[in-house]
Write a new protein. Structure first.
Length: 252
C-alpha cells in the first residue's frame, strides 16, 4: 500500500474514533440531563404545554393497533399508560428506557395506577434492542427520537423487532410551518421554558438543552426520508399546533 493509501486509512480511523467519542459524549450528556430532571419531568411537561401534551399523546396512541407494544424512551411511562387504557391488560407492554432513575420512576407511577399485568421494564438504548426479530405489533416513541444518538441505527433496530404487520408511532417536537409561529416557538423554547424550569423545578440550566435539541432535530419530511431509507412503508406525518409537534407513523 502506498503512502496515500496509508494516509487515507489513518484518516478513516481518525474520523471513526471521533464519531465514537462524539456519540459517547452525546449519550452521557442526555443521560445526566434526565437523571437531574426525572422528579420534575411530569410537572414541567404540564407547565410547558399547559397540559396539552396529555391529549396529544393520547391522540397519537390511537394510531396503535391491537397486540403488544414496545414503548421506547418511555421516560415516566405516559404512552404506556394511554395504550393500556385503550387496549386493556391482554395486550402486553414492554417499557424500554436507558436511564434507570426514569425507569424506576415509571415503575412506581404505573404501580400507583394499578398497572401491573403483562408489563415488562427493560433498561436499554433504542440503538441496541435486546429483543428477537419480529416480536412487536406496535413501537411507540414519545419525545425520544430527538434524543437518540444514532437515529438511523435506532430505526433499523425498530424495524427488526417489529412484526411484518407492525406499526411505528413517533410523537415529538418539530418545526412549525408558519414562520411567525416558528420564530415565537423558538423564543418560547429558548427563554421562557428555562425560566419556567427555574420557577417550577428549581432547575438551573438543563432545560436549555430542549431548544437546542428541537432546533437540531430533522424536519418532518427529513424524518420521513430517514424512515423510508430504513425500509419502512406508508410513512406519513400529521402536524399538531402548526408543527410545534408532529406525529409520524410508519409500517414495517
Ligand atoms: C423527553 S423523555 C420522553 C419520555 C416519555 N416518552 C414522554 O413521552 O414523556 C426522553 C427519554 O428518552 C430517553 N433516551 C435518551 N436517549 C435514548 C436512547 N438512545 N434510547 C432510548 N431512550 C433514550 C431519555 O432517557 C428520556 O427518558
Amino acid at each position: 500500500m502506498g503512502i496515500i493509501g496509508r494516509l487515507l486509512g489513518w484518516l478513516e480511523q481518525y474520523l471513526k474514533m471521533n464519531k465514537i467519542r462524539k456519540d459517547e459524549n452525546h449519550t452521557a450528556r442526555v443521560d445526566n440531563l434526565f437523571s437531574s430532571i426525572y422528579r420534575k419531568y411530569d410537572l414541567m411537561n404540564d407547565v410547558m404545554s399547559l397540559g396539552s401534551h396529555r391529549l396529544l399523546k393520547k391522540q397519537a396512541m390511537k394510531n396503535c393497533q391491537k397486540g403488544n407494544l414496545l414503548d421506547l424512551a418511555t421516560g415516566t411511562g405516559d404512552l404506556a399508560i394511554y395504550f393500556r387504557r385503550q387496549f386493556g391488560s391482554d395486550n402486553s407492554i414492554t417499557l424500554v428506557e436507558p436511564n434507570s432513575e426514569m425507569l424506576n420512576y415509571a415503575k412506581l407511577r404505573l404501580a400507583k395506577k394499578y398497572i401491573f399485568d403483562n408489563i415488562e421494564y427493560v433498561t436499554a438504548y433504542a440503538e441496541q434492542l435486546p429483543f428477537k426479530d419480529n416480536t412487536f405489533d406496535n413501537v411507540s416513541i414519545g419525545f425520544g427520537l430527538r434524543n437518540f444518538t444514532d437515529k438511523e441505527q435506532a430505526l433499523h433496530e425498530i424495524k427488526r423487532v417489529l412484526k411484518p404487520t407492525g406499526k411505528l408511532i413517533v410523537i415529538d417536537f418539530s418545526h412549525p410551518t408558519n414562520f411567525i409561529i416558528r420564530f415565537l416557538n423558538s423564543l418560547y423554547l429558548k427563554y421562557l421554558v428555562p425560566l419556567f424550569a427555574k420557577i417550577f423545578a428549581g432547575d438551573t440550566g438543563e432545560y436549555k438543552y430542549l431548544a437546542e435539541s428541537v432546533a437540531q432535530h430533522p424536519s418532518q419530511s427529513e424524518i420521513i426520508e430517514l424512515m423510508e431509507k430504513t425500509g419502512f412503508k406508508n410513512c406519513d406525518y400529521i402536524n399538531k399546533l402548526n408543527g410545534i409537534i408532529a406525529v409520524h407513523t410508519a409500517e414495517k
